[in-house]
Design a protein around this ligand. Structure first.
Ligand SMILES: Cc1cc2nc3c(=O)[nH]c(=O)nc-3n(C[C@H](O)[C@H](O)[C@H](O)COP(=O)(O)OP(=O)(O)OC[C@H]3O[C@@H](n4cnc5c(N)ncnc54)[C@H](O)[C@@H]3O)c2cc1C
Length: 459
């Protein structure tokens, strides 16, 4: 045995639950997967490490559904938006060419309540505050997940497992093949924690100053929107770079986003950026989490001291509770979705849904690159592990290249892959069919019945 390791004694562990479909991770993809599976009649259990649903959406918090397009994203995604509308859970929605669709802002607390209701109405069981730490396997199949929580260590048995942990944790513990990062450098997209709301801001004074600033230094402003009463702008690279080099400000990214609304005294400020980190490494996660707090504290104080309108401002909570991880493991499936597929708008006979959000890469060099794509299909084969026979993937850990992930990671596509994985898991569990042998026409017919939009299917 390696002298840096210790041997933990074997332990008898209680079986807490047994389900037909076990969904690992209650982010937006896991939520859709569990709803779809339970609606198809499978006994479904969703396991989540935090105390709420939503994952990145609730934790970062990431309140903007990006690139939502009702002619492309149907099914549970459209239903969620409708239910949010009915619950007064939408802050605002507007068309944004950059994301080839609508940006839909959600009130996160209302989102959490709506998500929970949809899950419960579907009949899925939920286990919160529970971390999946390992798997029990037999040959190429997972038979159970080992979990840890306040009650101790337990096992959850299942027939089909859906890895919606974002990080491919279940796949990795099961020994499935996966990739991480850019194919050449291995680097993953940078992490970000969304910035805080400041109250007590004189927005008229701020906007007046910004208009003059933009006239004087047009090259300093990279984004500008005055869809009054709402406004948002981003940039200030020279100012930030100079201040960073003089040690006045602690930042990695020479760009700050400020957005607000005339008539209110509130603005939101964003700008934390943590490159060269790996969201599957606990030391990196600890660094990113603490570093984002330092960056946010620094640029908020810088803005309050240097921009007019902030003299009487004070900082509100940032609302989230976790650093935002854009990219980690991508689990190898029966098909690898590539940048070329997306750029060409490729159609597949086993396409379980479509997407058109751009490839949005926050690279480790501190730059954001946007590449527009054509509407493309996501094949069923990207959702089934190539190496573990009863494992599906949903959300940002499906089988895709680094660049393809940059498009599929938007919320609408994560919901689409979740709904398809949940439906396929229930169908295969109920009919005792292997994942690879599932008749995809039956899957597509079922998805269509659920309101999913399938452009290239033959059903
Ligand atoms: C900073 C940032 C900005 C973004 N901006 C936008 C945007 O403007 N618009 C947009 O549409 N998208 C945006 N995205 C992308 C989008 O929010 C995410 O890609 C998407 O929410 C991922 O959903 P998911 O369910 O696949 O994964 P996650 O949200 O990562 O969910 C995974 C879930 O699994 C749980 N989990 C993980 N490991 C375990 C374990 N071992 N045991 C138990 N539970 C576990 C987690 O707690 C989490 O709830 C952004 C992402 C980030 C980080």
């Amino acid at each position: 045995m390696n002298k840096n390791n210790i041997l933990i004694p074997a332990q008898e562990v209680p079986i807490l639950r047994e389900a037909e479909v076990v969904v690992a991770g209650g982010g937006i993809a896991g939520l859709a997967a569990a709803i779809a599976s339970a609606r198809c009649g499978a006994k479904t259990l969703l396991i989540e490490r935090y105390g709420c649903l939503g994952g990145t959406v609730s934790g970062v918090p990431m309140k903007w559904v990006g690139g939502y397009n009702a002619t492309i994203h149907g099914g549970i995604m459209a239903e969620l938006i409708d239910k949010l509308r009915q619950a007064d859970g939408i802050i605002r929605e507007f068309y944004n060419e950059n994301v080839s669709g609508y940006m839909v802002g959600m009130y996160i607390d209302i989102f959490k309540a709506v998500a929970l209701k949809m899950l419960e109405d579907a009949g899925a069981e939920l286990l919160l505050h529970t971390l999946i730490t390992d798997v029990v396997s037999e040959g190429r199949e997972i038979t159970g997940l080992v979990v840890e929580n306040k009650s101790g260590r337990q096992v959850i048995l299942g027939k089909r497992f859906i890895d919606a942990t974002g990080d491919g944790d279940v796949a990795a513990r099961a020994g499935a093949a996966y990739w991480k990062g850019d194919e050449e450098s291995g680097k993953m997209q940078a992490m970000t924690h969304y910035g805080p709301v400041l109250e007590g801001v004189d927005n008229e004074v701020l906007l007046d100053y910004m208009l003059k600033y933009k006239d004087k230094y047009p090259e300093e402003i990279v984004e500008w929107s005055t869809d009054l009463p709402r406004f948002s702008f981003a940039g200030f690279s020279r100012l930030l770079k100079d201040s960073r080099e003089k040690g006045i400000i602690h930042m990695n990214y020479d760009c700050i986003w400020i957005s607000g609304e005339i008539g209110t005294n509130r603005v939101t400020i964003d700008g934390s950026f943590i490159p060269f980190v790996d969201g599957t490494n606990v030391l990196d996660l600890t660094y990113a989490e603490t570093e984002s707090i330092k960056q946010i504290t620094s640029f908020v104080s810088f803005i309050r001291q240097n921009f007019p309108g902030f003299e009487n401002s004070h900082r509100k909570d940032r609302g989230g509770f976790s650093i935002g991880v854009r990219e980690t493991r991508r689990v190898m499936g029966e098909y690898l979705l590539t940048e070329e597929d997306i750029l060409q708008g490729k159609k597949f006979l086993d396409g379980i849904g479509c997407n058109c959000t751009p490839m949005d890469i926050h690279s480790s060099r501190g730059h954001q690159s946007w590449t527009q794509v054509k509407t493309y299909d996501i094949p069923y084969r990207c959702l089934i592990s190539a190496t573990i026979d009863n494992l599906f993937m949903a959300g940002r850990c499906i089988s895709a290249t680094h660049k393809a992930l940059a498009s599929i990671r938007f919320i609408p596509c994560c919901v689409i892959t979740g709904q398809a994985a949940g439906t396929a898991a229930a169908l295969t569990a109920k009919r005792n069919v292997s994942l690879k042998k599932l008749d995809t026409n039956k899957l597509l017919t079922e998805l269509k019945k659920q309101g999913a939009i399938l452009k290239a299917s033959n059903v």
